[in-house]
Design a protein. Sequence first.
Length: 332
Amino acid sequence: MNIRLMRFVPLAVLSVLWLAACTATPWPTPAAAAEPLRVSWNPWPGSYPLIIGHQRGLFEKHGVQVEPVFISTAYSASISDFTANKLDGASLALGDLLPIATRTDVKAVLVTDVSTGADQVLATADITTPADLRGKRVGAILGTFSEVFVRAMLEANSLTTGDVELVNVSEAALLEEMPDTIQAGHTWEPYTSEGLARGYHAIFSTADTPGLIAGVLAFHTSVIEERPEGIQAFVAAWFEAVEWWQAHPQEGNIIVAEAAGLKPEEITIEGLDLAGHEDNLRAFAPGSDYTSVYFSAQSYLEFFIGLGILTSAPDPEALFEPSFMMEYRRAR
């Protein structure tokens, strides 16, 4: 009730309101009263702590309601849904946060993972090394971190984009486009295992590009400003989910498999470093290599501007909100 108007309410009415308040259910906390945070996850292990935390009740434990939104189609769908404000938060590749930030106000609150081999370039049997890609058609999600990764492979093997033809192909559609439309391309699990079973093989991976591809969990800035308690609770629950999964990998794999419609043996974090709290402390520190999100963001910005994908560069420091992670440290 508006305090300035309360003194004009008759005493009898106030008495009724007081008695009703005494017998009513206690007011919920702000975090509990709010609508659930709608956050995406997809077939990428770095996003799996979201569904594990949800299924184990960790978000409720910390005082926030969360609605996991599974993006089972191409990863790019989570980008478009997040940009269109259909989601409060999204699990994204760090490189894809930058173009989004030029269209809508978003910030990353934590690093979810770092790919150390989980991202791979699969190729047909006649292509044994990246050098054999000359004159071939190579698939990638153009204009995203995927293209950055493929270009890094070409550069590391003294090739340029003029030596190959880059084709816009999603990670989920890659195998359907091989070998006729493309002869090699970037993808990740669970598609990598399927590709290997079909007789394709990996010629390059993020083991060759330490720190280049990291995942982040980002929210719209308006959500962060309107629901700081909810975001703080989300961060705490996320780190607890990571720790639980690392301690109970088989049980965690079953939870993820049931939610994603996969088999438990298809769930793996091989080639991936899940980022816990200490990893985040290091990632959010200034640095001169890809272990720092600020260095990584600046590198991606230079790449996107060089390609003309971006015409202006957001301030890398404005893309991250480390306060929740730091508060989590103080509260431990």
